[in-house]
Design a protein around this ligand. Sequence first.
Ligand code: RIB
Ligand code: CA
Length: 314
Amino acid sequence: MSTRIIIDTDPGVDDALTFLLALASPEIQLEALTTVQGNVTLEKATRNALSVLELANASHIPVAQGCSHPLVKSPHNSGEVIHGWSGMGQSNLPEPKSKIVDSHAIDYLIERFLAEPNEISLFTIGPLTNVALAIRKEPRIVSAIRELVIMGGAIRSGGNITPLAEFNIHEDPHAAYVVFHSGIPITLIPLDATYKCLLTSADVARLNKINSPIARFVRDATADYMAFYKQYEGFDGCALHDPLTLAAIIAPELLTLAEHYVSVDISGGVSTGKTFADFMKVWKKPPNMRVALDVKGREFVELFVERIMSLRGA
Ligand code: RIB
Ligand code: CA
């Protein structure tokens, strides 16, 4: 029995790799994508979502467009340094033929989850703006979402957009605060785990031993991403931040999960967007999420490569 999921996303290279991994995994039924601004503008994010589904012969999957701005902050749109001007690195996907659905992503999420309560899980791999507004518009969605898996945060790890904060949370910290304290059952996949999942150039070369448009897309899309990591972080490879969320379904045994009370700084100072866990339970508050503080990273990357090799693109 596969797990039905909706992915809320700001594609983004690693977002695109997540769609491909979901489509290559029999344990997952990808129900829909909802787009949000983050790595790139909303328009580019939506185009990229449609284009990658088309590349993977999955244009039947609905795409609903969401929010173009965070709740309070101005959009950062800094992701183009890592994800390229288009958001898809050096890949050159054709203009998508498919179109978005009429509903705004907020309404689409509310419709879908209220129509089938506790049947569908939500995976967020971008800023949490859409989800926070869906919760505020229709609080009943909180008890209708089967599970919420979030790529975001830096618990013991340093940040990647400021020395303290991770990009998705920092891009809309107020939305993250609403979602973290909503009562939805949350699994958080922070940088503490995702930075241990490096897709290397050797992995990409292995992937391209097969002559497939998907393998070529992974090579072209990750080129800038890898160059960025080499220049700024000294890594040979790029972190599979977003794809690691799917380990919660396809390989939970690779994750080291623990329940903690976690919140996010929205005070507006230097640590805005910083996520923190009350490890010492000094606030005596019950845990509000499971947190992946470690992962068998190499095993996850091997699983990712193996699954992507099985995909046949357009
Ligand atoms: O910090 C990593 C996250 O920020 C990923 O979701 C990546 O796509 C970017 O959005
Ligand atoms: Ca993302």
